[in-house]
Design a protein around this ligand. Structure first.
Ligand code: SF4
Length: 419
C-alpha cells in the first residue's frame, strides 16, 4: 500500500518498510527544540525522574524567544535555568539575547531542518518546518523531556489530507491568505490529527517564506503536521545552510488520503480572520471601515524578510494613522540585519512604526504591544483567541503583512489596493 510523505518519514525513522495511518511507532528524533517557556518545564521533568544526560547535545536546540529579552523576574529565572541546563549538558545550540530569533524562523534559517527529518518541538507551531519537506510537530514539555533523554518519541501515524494547488497568487495575495482561506474552509478541527500534504503545479511558484507561513498555521486547523514536497526552491533555500546529507521523500502515487481539497491560488483574495477563531475568515471588504488601534507585523508566521518587504512596499512614503500603534518585529537577528541593509527599518520608523528586537512579543500577550480593554489589532500573528494579545475583550484580526500595513496607514480595515 502506498504511503504519504509523512508516513514515509515515519517508516524511515522507526526502521520499518511500511507504516499505515493509525500505527503506533517509536520514532528516532533528528532534533528536539524547546523555548524559554517550555524547556524549563521539561528540565524539571528530567530532574523529577533523575535523568542526568541528554541523548545528543548537538540535536537539541533551546531558543529564548517568548519573553526575551526578559520582561520580568520570572522570565529571567526561566532563561537562567535553561542557560544552566545547556551548560551542564553541553548543548551549544542555545540561542540567547544577541543570537536569538523566534524559534520557527530561526531553526530553518540556521540549518537545523532538512528534508526527510523527524523533529519535535515543545511549541505547537513546530509544524512550520514541513515547508522544507520534514515531519515536525509540537509536543508537550513532558514529551520534550523524554525526547531529550531517549532521542525517541511515540507517535500515532496520521492519516492525510491532500491539498492540490493550482494557479498563481494575485498581487497582494500570499501564503497567509491561502492558509487562512483553507482554515476557513475546513474549520479549526478540520484536519484534527491529520497530516496536510501539499501538491500541485502551483507549488513551484510559491516562495519559501510563504511555505513557512502556510505550514506554520496548519495547527490552527488541528493538523498534526503539514508538509510540502521538496523542489528546486527548497534546495536553493537549503544551499549554504545545511551541509549534512539528507534524503527527501515523495508521496507514492497510490498513497491514500482522507480527502483532496483543490485550491486555485488565482481565485484567492486578501482575507481577515475575525475574533475569536482563525477559521472566522472573510474577505477584507467584509470588515472594511472597522477602526484599528494597533497593527502588529511579525511573529513566527510573518516576520520574515519577504513579509517586511511587503510591509515596506505599502508603507513607503506614507504615514501610519495617528491613532494606530504599529509594531514591526523582524523574526531573527539575520532578518533584522537584512532589513537594515535594505533600508526597511529606516522606512518603517519614518512611517511612524515602532521596530522591535526579534521576540515573540505581543503575539501571546507577552510584551511589546499588549492590548488594553476593547482595543482592536490587525496582526500577522497566527491566533486570535480570547485575550491572546492582552485584555479579554480586546480583538485580534489575523491578516497578511500587506493587509496589516494597509490598515496601519488607513487607521481602519482596508484592502491593500485602497491605500
Ligand atoms: Fe508562539 Fe507567537 Fe512565538 Fe510563534 S511568535 S512561537 S505563535 S508566541
Amino acid at each position: 500500500m502506498g504511503m504519504t510523505m509523512t508516513q514515509k518519514i515515519f517508516a524511515r525513522h522507526c526502521g520499518r518498510q511500511e507504516v499505515q495511518a493509525g500505527d503506533l511507532v517509536y520514532g528516532a528524533l533528528d532534533l528536539v527544540m524547546g523555548s524559554d517557556v517550555t524547556a524549563p518545564i521539561a528540565i524539571h521533568e528530567m530532574e523529577k525522574y533523575g535523568l542526568k544526560r541528554v541523548f545528543d547535545p548537538n540535536k537539541i536546540v533551546l531558543v529564548m524567544d517568548h519573553f526575551a529579552p526578559n520582561k520580568d523576574i520570572r522570565s529571567a529565572q526561566n532563561c537562567a535555568l535553561a542557560r544552566q541546563f545547556a551548560q551542564q549538558m553541553g548543548i551549544s545550540h542555545f540561542y540567547d539575547g544577541g543570537r536569538m530569533g523566534i524559534e520557527h524562523a530561526l531553526l530553518p534559517e540556521q540549518g537545523f531542518v532538512a528534508p526527510g527529518e523527524l523533529i519535535i518541538g515543545a511549541d505547537s507551531h513546530t509544524c512550520t518546518y514541513g515547508a522544507l519537506g520534514a515531519f515536525s510537530t509540537g509536543v508537550g514539555s513532558t514529551d520534550m523531556a523524554a525526547g531529550m533523554y531517549a532521542g525517541k518519541n511515540w507517535f500515532k501515524v496520521p492519516a492525510a489530507i491532500l491539498v492540490n494547488l493550482t494557479g498563481r497568487f494575485s498581487e497582494y495575495v500570499g501564503g497567509k491568505d491561502l492558509i487562512l482561506s483553507l482554515i476557513g474552509m475546513i474549520g479549526v478541527d478540520g484536519a484534527r490529527y491529520k497530516s496536510i500534504e501539499f501538491t500541485g503545479e502551483a507549488i513551484a511558484g510559491i516562495p519559501m517564506d510563504d511555505r513557512f507561513t502556510i505550514c506554520n498555521m496548519a495547527i490552527e486547523a488541528g493538523a498534526k503536521n503539514a508538509i510540502f514536497p521538496v523542489d528546486q526552491n527548497t534546495l536553493d533555500y537549503l544551499s549554504g545552510r545545511v551541509s549534512r546529507p539528507f534524503v527527501p521523500v515523495e508521496a507514492d502515487t497510490d498513497a491514500s488520503y482522507v480527502c483532496t481539497i483543490d485550491i486555485n491560488l488565482s481565485q484567492l483574495r486578501p482575507v481577515l480572520a475575525a475574533p475569536f477563531l482563525p477559521s472566522n475568515v472573510k474577505p477584507v471588504e467584509h470588515f472594511r471601515g472597522l477602526r484599528v488601534d494597533q497593527v502588529v507585523i511579525g511573529c513566527c508566521t510573518n516576520g520574515r524578510i519577504s513579509d517586511l518587504r511587503m510591509a515596506a512596499r505599502i508603507l513607503k512614503g506614507r504615514k501610519i494613522s495617528e491613532h494606530v500603534r504599529c509594531v514591526i518585529i523582524p523574526a531573527t537577528q539575520e532578518i533584522y540585519l537584512q532589513a537594515i541593509a535594505e533600508g526597511l527599518l529606516e522606512l518603517f520608523i519614518q512611517a511612524g512604526a515602532t521596530v522591535s528586537m526579534p521576540t515573540c512579543g505581543p503575539c501571546n500577550g507577552g510584551h511589546v504591544g499588549v492590548l488594553s480593554d476593547h482595543e482592536r489589532c490587525v496582526s500577522t500573528t497566527n491566533r486570535n483567541f480570547v485575550g491572546r494579545m492582552g485584555a479579554r475583550d480586546s480583538e485580534i484580526y489575523l491578516a497578511s503583512p500587506a493587509v496589516a500595513a494597509a490598515c496601519a496607514v488607513a487607521g481602519t480595515v482596508v484592502s491593500p489596493e485602497e491605500v
